[in-house]
Design a protein around this ligand. Sequence first.
Ligand SMILES: [Zn+2]
Ligand SMILES: [Zn+2]
Ligand SMILES: [Zn+2]
Length: 417
Amino acid sequence: MYIDADLHIHGLHSGAVSEKMKVPVIAEQAGIKGLDVIATGDILNPGWRRHVSENTETTSRGFYRRGETEFILSTEVEDKNRVHHLIFLPSMESAENLQKELEDFSKNIKKEGRPRITLSGEDIAENTKKVGGIIGPSHAFTPWTSIYKEHDSLDECYGSMSSEIDFIELGLSADTEMADKIKELNEISFLSNSDAHSPWPDKIGREFNRFQVEKKSFEEFRKALKREKGRKISLNVGFNPLEGKYHCTACQNCHQKYSFEQAINFRWECDICGRSIKKGVKDRVKELSDGGKNPEWRPRYLHLVPLAEIIKEVVGHSSTKTKTVQKIYGDFQSEFNSEINILIDEDIENLSEVNKKVGSAVRKFREGKTIMIPGGGGSYGELVIPRDEQDRKRILEERESDIGCFYSKEQKSLSDF
Ligand SMILES: [Zn+2]
Ligand SMILES: [Zn+2]
Ligand SMILES: [Zn+2]
């Protein structure tokens, strides 16, 4: 059977997370997105553990059920080098045990959703394995809190435990094509997850994984990561990496983009505002590339744009949360059974019956005629839907440096036209 799963989100105890991130809402939104399984996040936090227990039914398969949605117990932790790790656990008991193992090394494990642990990646991996858990690095290439911002290899981070690492999470700014350029990753499974901090449909499930397993269970999930007995990840779905917040090298304050060479020449200080330039995932992957290639078993990576974002662009609003965007999204949702179906398979004629402009935008997206202006320095990429071919050419020309991630002093601004 196939299971679509988003395996990294946060509950309301984590920093900068929406108050709405509670189990009933998460379960409902996951259902709307067409997900079968979603991670609980934050499960080392005793308050969140209680909340999950009170709002789900225990199954004998290591998953926790609410309605049609099943939860896998998960947490993210930050190690002593500020590297983030994603952990999955088979039961509440093992989550409690891991909390006990780690609490002497953490000041905030009982308050925070994503605790800071003053241990190395190696020690955290060892403790996770001791309680029967699964572990890998979160958003592996981002410039603030990832394994490859700090280390040059899995060995450097996980030491003697590196052969026991179960996966790496690609993060929104990278995809399979990029990560497989690094040889040491050619053997390891990739996860594509949303890291959602709010329950809106452009956040939950904006990245997910399709698993091929015998049934929904923790042990099947473990086997799939190891590709045992036909179990596997059969598809990764997620952002075009250009859309991620850290794809290009760019200023963390004003988001001006720089090529790698330019950033070095400017000594990582923004020419415009003087604040620091953050190395983008694109350039970090290039630095680490050592002739790796996609292995034959690697599943396809399907690039999707959240439907809410297409609608936002069509109606010309600045946020996906406006009433108009939500209303049109709701119209599509009630007519068709899943967002993937809308974006990939459904007849354009049928989509146009619900909303003509959105139907036409989805057609352009499918035909590769939309433009993604890459993100960088903490600012998401931007989807642009050109009116026609001429408009497309004009945009490509006008925003050449923005699209190519480099700094051009003669760069024209919109007011020049
Ligand atoms: Zn993280
Ligand atoms: Zn996270
Ligand atoms: Zn700047």
